[in-house]
Design a protein around this ligand. Structure first.
Ligand SMILES: Nc1ncnc2c1ncn2[C@@H]1O[C@H](COP(=O)(O)OP(=O)(O)OP(=O)(O)O)[C@@H](O)[C@H]1O
Length: 285
């Protein structure tokens, strides 16, 4: 994976079929289109009187990384939080429209939001490990969801999750040490391991690298590229280079509107809307 300070590499931004080895498709044959995991239709979000997100229609493809980009305050995080109903905890927030996950209504009043958030996990901007041991941070979700039937099963989940988050080598001999004692980049990978431990289908990442140095950022980006094999990922980022490196699709938001969505390569090389063009060329933002 490229260094975080470099610009887009074709490898990370390459279309899914190529990156997953599906290039065995016969010459001339069409690769199967990606399955759609999440469908958002006419989504509006209001904070009191403020109309923060306006009539957003967006499909999120399975086993792809979708990047949400746009200037500060355009509604990226607001949209991300709609996907696992994190906006529910904001009193003045009202969401209208429809969001489905595998065809089921995310806003169905009878839906258990704890179960939803197990399916749609989240990693935040600032690494936020619990004030617990490394082991207990990762074991927390499986314990509350009753995923492991025995201590050895829980041990295996913790180990496997840390392995998938690329952290096991660094922490295997100190699982009983506090998670808060790790470096920032390690803490963020611990948070990713914690999210993975409950075996989610979707992982939402809200600027997961903004508090990290370039080397830690490169590790997380590499990890994101690996994780998409098993998970659907939606990432909010202020870094266009990062969006270009890690995502297959990019959605550009501006003043609460979803202006344009498309293959990452198209968005960055041939945007259709002048506002997208203006943003990616640094004219505003
Ligand atoms: N809890 C809240 N209460 C009131 N207004 C909010 C709240 N959260 C966000 N907003 C407003 O909604 C709009 C969209 O905010 P949001 O955080 O989604 O944007 P963003 O694109 O993620 O911004 P940034 O890149 O700066 O994180 C902004 O005008 C913001 O001030």
């Amino acid at each position: 994976m490229s260094d975080a300070t470099q610009v887009a590499t074709p490898a990370a931004g390459a279309p899914k079929a190529e990156a997953t080895g599906a290039s065995t498709v016969a010459p001339g044959a069409q690769a199967a289109p990606a399955a759609v995991k999440i469908v958002a239709r006419d989504v509006n979000v209001f904070y009191g009187e403020k109309h923060a997100l306006k009539h957003v229609d967006l499909d999120i493809n399975e086993n792809e990384v979708t990047a949400l980009i746009g200037p500060s305050g355009c509604g990226k995080s607001t949209f991300l939080r709609c996907l696992n109903r994190m906006n529910d905890v904001i009193d003045i927030c009202r969401v209208t429209g429809s969001i489905t996950l595998d065809g089921s209504d995310v806003y169905d009043p009878s839906l258990d939001v704890v179960q939803l958030r197990a399916r749609v996990g989240m990693v935040f901007q600032k690494p936020n490990p619990f004030p617990k041991s490394i082991y207990d941070n990762v074991a927390y979700g499986p314990r509350i969801h009753g995923i492991a039937r025995s201590k050895s099963e829980l041990d295996a989940i913790v180990h496997h999750s840390l392995e998938r988050a690329g952290l096991i080598k660094e922490v295997h001999d100190r699982l009983d040490q506090p998670g808060t004692g790790l470096s920032g980049g390690q803490q963020q990978r611990l948070c990713i391991a914690r999210a993975i431990a409950v075996n989610p289908e979707v992982i939402l990442m809200d600027e997961p690298c903004s508090a990290l140095d370039p080397i830690a950022t490169a590790k997380i980006e590499e990890l994101i590229d690996e994780l998409r094999e098993n998970f659907t990922i939606v990432i909010v980022t202020h870094s266009m280079q990062q969006a270009a490196r890690v995502s297959q699709r990019t959605a550009f938001f501006h003043l609460g509107d979803l202006v344009e969505v498309g293959d990452t390569e198209q968005i960055f090389t041939n945007p259709r809307d002048s506002r997208t063009q203006g943003y990616i060329t640094g004219r505003f933002g």
